[in-house]
Design a protein. Structure first.
Length: 520
């Protein structure tokens, strides 16, 4: 389990006032009357409807309930006319007590942030975390509170004119009523570290492909390595990739003006223990190559490096929290473009481990860069665990949509740990079966493998067959593959994540790391 004393060394748990990025979060015993908005939480079981705060408020809320302008169902918010000393007072439905969870804390606080922004106010206070503290793990509650608030306060406005930016201004302050122990504020600090890394990934993924290319990603990785003494960066450029024989990765980049790169961030957090390797797909733009993507599918393909960005951020979190584990962040970076030099459908390439691959489809390129990265990482570092994150298949978006990443592999213990980390962090994964019957569906006819399925109609179980391909490049390590194609980039707003990049995978990997440290 997470040892708070270890990861928080240097930070005083006495400090009650913390400033994080653009939002200040304060903990106070009482509701803070100096904030713009007050949000009072109401469970369905709460019959007083805010009476303990004010009789007039309770009367207005009851009246609103009879005309169905408010229910106590989870997420329902009613802005009262009654205002007390605040600019606005609102009640927030928390649903039934038995259904409440830390994820609901993220959602409720996230909704308060977006509602306050919508009312053009810049701060609020709430009793919600105080209200739900019984029975909850205060440290997890703190993490969730920071995550809900700071993820919801994120925006990507930098390319908008100043006056438009003003209209979408983030909140400046939130005051949380809390009368419990210090674990809560310690959780807030951990949550802050995780969210800052997550919002950094959101920036990297939202930035267009004319900004974020392999060199830009290298610059970011260099920053991480120079910021922490515990992190080293190894860069493999084209000549080294050629020397190492990463023909599969090189084939993907053949049509690009940007250089291919393989970045390895090495974090040393423990005197013992083998490496855990996180590997992330880093396609800075996926045009599909000669199997060109059509309109409606090509436009968002700047997001195809979300796996690499999440992996880089997870290394940053590990270094910041001084996680006791030795960790690798491996990022194969390429751009999948069309050009006279690009690879053709039907080409055969040779991967790092010697296997030959026929390019059945140039758009199935993620697996082609990851397979070299997996085989190389295992050969050079012999990690105990390898977890790859990739915006790998449209089939995963079809199967699961936005609210979970697909996960598969053969090590049930590792899959269980990832499922737990996903559940607690709200960055969920959903297991897809890895049936024996599929294990030869990627076999080639004139080569060892094909990069698309060679059985049936070719598209069945597309996410699973992509995983099957990757599995051929792992020998001894415990391995899991996380397909974040749907979860990394949303077309709709959520309770605390907005349309656009979500930073999917950062909370998942961070929580996984916190829960799986070396015992020294
Ligand atoms: N980057 C895409 C997958 C993707 C789709 C990510 C939608 C995010 C949103 C990937 O490289 C791809 O194109 N996969 C193909 C594979 C197929 C050709 C076997 C796909 O899913 O269509
Ligand atoms: Zn593709
Ligand atoms: Zn892709």
């Amino acid at each position: 389990m997470l040892n708070l004393k270890d990861i928080l060394n240097g930070i005083s748990s006495e400090s009650k006032k913390m400033e994080w990025g653009n939002m200040k979060i304060t903990i106070a015993k009482e509701l803070d009357k100096t904030q713009d908005v007050l949000f009072l939480g109401l469970f369905e079981e709460d019959k007083d409807n805010g009476k303990s705060f004010s009789k007039e408020l309770a009367e207005e809320v009851e009246e609103a309930m009879t005309r169905k302008a408010f229910s106590r169902k989870f997420g329902d918010i009613y802005g009262a006319k009654f205002s007390h000393s605040y600019k606005k007072v609102a009640v927030v439905g928390l649903g039934e007590k038995k259904d409440f969870s830390v994820e609901k804390v993220r959602q409720a606080l996230g909704k308060m942030v977006t509602t306050t922004k919508g009312w053009s106010f810049s701060s609020f206070c709430t009793n919600v975390v105080e209200k739900v503290k019984t029975g909850a793990d205060a440290e997890l509650l703190g993490r969730a509170a920071a995550e809900g608030l700071l993820l919801a306060n994120y925006n990507f406005n930098k390319y908008l004119a100043k006056d438009k930016q003003e209209k979408k201004k983030p909140l400046s302050m939130v005051s949380l009523q809390w009368n419990g122990g210090n674990d809560f504020s310690e959780g807030l600090k951990v949550g802050r570290v995780v969210v800052e890394a997550t919002n950094w990934v959101r920036d990297l993924v939202n930035e267009p492909a004319n900004v974020v290319n392999s060199e830009y990603m290298e610059k970011m990785a260099k920053q991480v390595a120079s910021q922490y003494g515990s992190v080293k960066l190894k860069v493999l450029n084209k000549a080294e990739l050629e020397k190492e024989g990463m023909g599969s990765l090189l084939g993907v980049n053949a049509g690009s003006q940007n250089p291919p790169k393989l970045l390895v961030l090495e974090y040393t957090g423990s005197k013992k223990g083998k490496y855990t390797a996180f590997l992330g797909k880093g396609i800075t733009f996926d045009s599909g190559g000669y199997n060109l993507k059509p309109t409606k599918y090509i436009e968002d393909m700047k997001t195809d490096m979300a796996g690499a960005a999440a992996v880089m951020a997870a290394v940053k979190v590990a270094a910041e929290l001084k996680i006791k584990k030795n960790l690798l962040g491996v990022m194969p970076l390429c751009e999948n473009m069309v050009d006279a030099t690009a690879q053709h459908p039907g080409d055969i390439v040779r991967a790092y481990n010697g296997k030959t691959i026929e390019i059945g489809n140039t758009d199935a390129e993620g697996r082609l860069v990851l397979c070299d990265a997996l085989a190389y990482t295992e050969a050079k570092y012999a990690p105990e665990v390898m977890i790859d994150l990739a915006t790998l298949t449209g089939a995963c978006v079809v199967a699961l949509g936005y609210y979970a990443a697909g996960v598969m592999g053969t090590d049930t213990e590792l899959l269980g740990k990832l499922k737990d980390a996903g559940e607690v962090s709200g960055d969920r994964v959903w297991e897809l079966p890895f049936f024996e019957e599929y294990q030869d569906w990627m076999d080639g006819s004139i080569s060892d493998l094909n990069n698309i399925s060679t059985k049936g109609k070719g598209y069945e179980a597309g996410s699973i067959t992509a995983g099957v391909f990757l599995a051929k490049f792992v020998e001894k390590a415990k391995w899991a593959h996380v397909d974040i194609a749907g979860s990394a980039y949303w077309m709709v707003d959520g309770a605390y994540l907005s349309k656009g990049a979500t930073g999917s995978g950062v909370r998942l990997l961070s929580y996984y790391l916190m829960g799986n440290q070396e015992k020294e």
